[in-house]
Ligand binder design. Structure first.
Ligand code: DGY
Length: 324
């Protein structure tokens, strides 16, 4: 059994594979592989440790009949067609939990950055526009006692809610497929429907798993129902937002600001008009980019591969049904 790793990962994961005597090949180039190259490597190996958002769709599975398992270097698994994996009994592993703090840190960072227009103010210095003290200019807003709405209160959303409550005493409301009893008990979080989430949140932060049914759910209609002082934050997947509608909402005073770590599509082009707005802060999908989170993700991914090669259940498997 051999595994192909399409982009180098932190040493912690590589060492685990070596210690277990796993036979692996790391992408020999510095480049992101084309789909054809990825398929070629998958046909020469039994498993894929996948870094990045390669589209592992039905066609990919058809072209890789030798594949016996996939370990993702991510918590999100929206790039994999799970029914296609299931029909071939291919387990798919992810890296849950270990990046929740890092990703929610970025959501918190963006929330504060938008509230104080910090990216815009930094650009003023670069543009030789420090200016003089002006009691009326470049004012931000404080978040004490305001309402945080979480769309998708799982592990990352919980960490964001915990921070916002501790830092600013924010009230927490959330919309989810199911109730999060721990959040209700520990953070006094209140479950609300989607409409209420939109109309009551001062900060609305997206932390849900992406599915087609929620494609561009944050669109013209949704922004129109939000408060004029509202800040929209997305650190989950860019496809949750319609960016033309977001631009209109930000420039027509429909909502107050937005902070994005994910864009639709990625990568965002440097001439995207959202980048020029004073009330929008954008980062290039760095949610999990800490030494701590990336090392732990490498360990999870390696543990999934090791379990596969030892004929055991992956410890972090998103489609456990393949083991029935
Ligand atoms: C994740 O782990 O899903 C991050 O968004 C990186 O893709």
């Amino acid at each position: 059994m051999k595994v192909f790793i399409n982009k180098n990962i932190p040493e912690a994961g590589i060492k685990l594979l070596q210690d277990k005597g796993i036979n692996f090949t790391i992408n020999p180039t510095e480049n992101v592989l084309s789909r054809e190259e990825l398929i070629k490597f998958c046909n020469e190996n039994d498993a894929l440790l996948n870094v990045g958002s390669n589209n592992l769709d039905e066609d990919f599975f058809q072209q890789c009949p030798n594949l016996k398992g996939i370990a993702l270097f991510s918590v999100g698994f929206d790039s994999v067609n799970i029914p296609s994996a299931n029909s071939r009994k291919i387990p798919v592993g992810n890296t849950p939990d270990v990046l929740s703090r890092a990703t929610s840190d970025v959501a918190f960072l963006l929330m504060q950055s938008v509230a104080r227009k910090s990216f815009f103010n930094h650009k003023r210095i670069l543009n030789n526009d420090w200016g003089s003290f002006d009691p009326l200019a470049n004012l931000g807003q404080e978040l004490y006692g305001k309402t945080l709405g979480i769309f998708g209160l799982g592990r990352i959303g919980f960490e964001m809610a915990k921070k916002c409550k501790a830092a600013f005493g924010m009230n927490i409301i959330y919309h989810n497929r199911s109730h999060n009893e721990t959040a209700e008990k520990e953070l006094d979080a209140k479950y609300v429907n989607f409409e209420t989430l939109l109309s009551q949140s001062d900060v609305l932060s997206v932390h849900s798993n992406y599915t087609e049914e929620n494609n561009e759910i944050f669109n013209k209609n949704a922004f129109a129902k939000m408060k004029r002082n509202a800040i929209f934050i997305n650190t989950a997947r860019g496809k949750f937002q319609n960016e033309k509608d977001l631009f209109d909402a930000l420039t027509n005073d429909i909502i107050w600001g937005a902070g994005l770590d994910v864009t639709n599509p990625e990568p965002m082009k440097p001439d995207n008009p959202l980048l020029s707005l004073s009330n929008c802060c954008i980062l290039p999908h760095i949610g999990s980019a800490t030494y701590e989170a990336r090392n732990a993700m490498a360990v999870c991914a390696a543990q999934n591969i090791i379990a596969l090669f030892e004929g055991k259940k992956m410890p972090f498997c998103v489609n456990e049904e393949v083991y029935i």
